[in-house]
Design a protein around this ligand. Structure first.
Ligand code: LMR
Length: 396
C-alpha cells in the first residue's frame, strides 16, 4: 500500500527549523520561521506566562475532558481581546468563539465550516499569502483563487489591483484578509484603505474571513484590530481566526481561536453547532494548557498589564530592527534602496532577492530565510546585523 508513495518536499517554512538547528556555524542567523527572539536570539517564556503557569499548577484539580468548545473563559476573554468588550457584535450576542489547537486549526475548522455552507466554495487569498493557507483550504475542499496584493516591483501595496479584484468576486465567495502584520509581505492596509475594503465587502456581499495571527505586533492591540472591528461592524456574517502563538509566545502549546459572527444570536448557535461537528471529527477537542494560561492573564488586571508591557517590548524590538537593518545595509555599501523594510510592519518583509541568492546566503553565510526571501525580522540582533548586512551585500 505504501510502496508507490513519493517523498513530499519539506515545508518551505518549518523545514528551515531543522536546517538551522543542524548548522554548526557560530555566526548563523535565523530569519526563517516567524518566532520572536530577543537580543540573544532566545525565545524566552514570558514572565506573565510563567506566573499564570504557576497559578495553574497550584489550582488545577482535574484533567477531565475539556469538551470541543474548549474553555468558556478563554473563549470569552479572547472575544473581548479581538473585538473590544463593547463591540456591537458582542452586545448583540452574535459571536461564537471556540478554542482551537493554534491558529492553523482555527483556519482548518473555518474552512470545514465554509465547506458545509457551500461545497467547493471559492476562497480568495492575497498574492502572496502565508505559505500554508492554500494547502490548508484546498485540503478542506475549497477552491483557492488569488487577488493582487503586494507590488513586488515597487515594494508597496497594489491597492487598486486588490480593490478591483474584490469588486469582481461573487457574493457566494469568501475573501481572506490579514488583520495586521501581513505574512509574508509586512505590507498592511492603512485605516483609510480598510474603510474602502469594508465598503466593497458590503457592496459585493462576499463573506470575510479575517486571519489575525499577530495582534499586538504591529502598532498595538487595538490599532492592529482596527480593520477587523470595522468589518465586524459593517457585515452580517464573518469569520475570525486568531492565534496566541506569537503575542503570548505560546507557540508549542498550540492555542488559537475561531470566531463566527452570524446574523442573529440563534443563527450563531446553529453556526456553533456546525463548527463543533467539524471539531469532533478532526481533533475532538483542543488541548487545555495554553487556553488556561491565556485566560488567567487576560482575566487578571496585574498579569494583563504585565503582558501589555512584555508585548510592547517585543513589538518595539521588531520595529526597531527594521531601521537597524536598513542603516547597516547602507553602511556596508549597498546602494539598492531597502528603505521599504522600515516602512513595513510586523514580523516579516521580503528582502526582494532571487531564490538563488537566498540559497547562497544559506550555503555560504548560514543566513536562513524562506525561499521567497521572506525574512523574520525578529531574528535580527545588534550582535548579528553587521554580519547579516555584509552577507546580503556580498550576494547582491
Ligand atoms: C510562519 O509563518 O513562519 C509562522 O506562522 C509559523 C508557521 O507555522 O508557518
Amino acid at each position: 500500500m505504501f510502496g508507490h508513495l513519493t517523498a513530499m518536499p519539506s515545508d518551505p517554512i518549518l523545514g528551515l527549523l531543522t536546517s538551522y538547528r543542524n548548522d554548526n556555524n557560530p555566526n548563523k542567523v535565523d530569519l526563517g520561521v516567524g518566532v520572536y527572539k530577543d537580543e540573544l536570539g532566545h525565545t524566552a517564556v514570558l514572565n506573565c506566562v510563567k506566573k499564570a503557569e504557576l497559578h495553574r499548577n497550584n489550582t488545577e484539580d482535574s484533567k477531565v475532558y475539556i469538551g470541543p468548545t474548549g474553555s468558556p473563559l478563554f473563549n470569552t476573554e479572547m472575544t473581548k481581546l479581538i473585538f473590544g468588550a463593547e463591540h456591537k457584535v458582542l452586545l448583540e450576542n452574535r459571536t461564537r468563539t471556540i478554542s482551537t489547537p493554534g491558529g492553523t486549526c482555527a483556519l482548518r475548522v473555518a474552512a470545514d465550516f465554509i465547506q458545509t455552507c457551500k461545497t467547493g466554495a471559492t476562497i480568495w487569498v492575497s498574492n502572496p499569502t502565508w505559505a500554508n493557507h492554500t494547502g490548508l483550504f484546498e485540503g478542506a475542499g475549497l477552491q483557492v483563487k488569488v487577488y493582487p496584493y503586494y507590488d513586488y516591483e515597487n515594494k508597496t501595496l497594489d491597492f487598486d489591483g486588490m480593490l478591483n479584484a474584490l469588486k469582481a468576486v461573487s457574493r457566494d465567495d469568501v475573501v481572506l484578509l490579514h488583520a495586521c502584520c501581513h505574512n509574508p509581505s509586512g505590507m498592511d492596509l492603512t485605516n483609510e484603505q480598510w474603510q474602502q475594503v469594508v465598503e466593497v465587502t458590503k457592496d459585493v456581499g462576499f463573506t470575510p474571513l479575517i486571519d489575525m495571527a499577530y495582534q499586538g505586533f504591529g502598532a498595538g492591540l487595538n490599532e492592529d484590530a482596527y480593520g477587523l472591528r470595522l468589518m465586524a461592524d459593517a457585515v452580517q456574517e464573518m469569520i475570525v481566526c486568531s492565534s496566541c502563538s506569537k503575542n503570548f509566545g505560546l507557540y508549542r502549546e498550540r492555542i488559537g481561536a475561531c470566531t463566527v459572527i452570524a446574523q442573529t444570536s440563534s443563527a450563531a448557535d446553529i453556526s456553533l453547532s456546525v463548527l463543533l461537528h467539524g471539531v469532533r471529527i478532526i481533533y475532538s477537542m483542543p488541548p487545555a494548557h495554553g487556553a488556561a494560561i491565556v485566560e488567567t492573564i487576560l482575566s487578571s488586571d496585574e498579569l494583563r498589564n504585565e503582558w501589555y508591557d512584555e508585548l510592547k517590548i517585543m513589538r518595539d524590538r521588531i520595529n526597531g530592527n527594521r531601521q537597524v537593518l536598513v542603516d547597516k545595509l547602507i553602511e556596508n555599501g549597498v546602494t539598492r534602496d531597502f528603505s521599504f523594510i522600515a516602512r513595513q510592519s510586523g514580523m516579516f518583509s521580503f528582502l526582494g532577492i532571487t531564490p538563488e541568492q537566498v540559497q547562497q546566503l544559506q550555503d555560504e553565510f548560514s543566513v536562513y530565510m524562506v525561499g521567497s526571501s521572506r525574512m523574520s525580522i525578529a531574528g535580527i540582533a545588534q550582535s548579528n546585523v553587521d554580519y547579516l548586512a555584509k552577507a546580503i551585500a556580498k550576494v547582491l
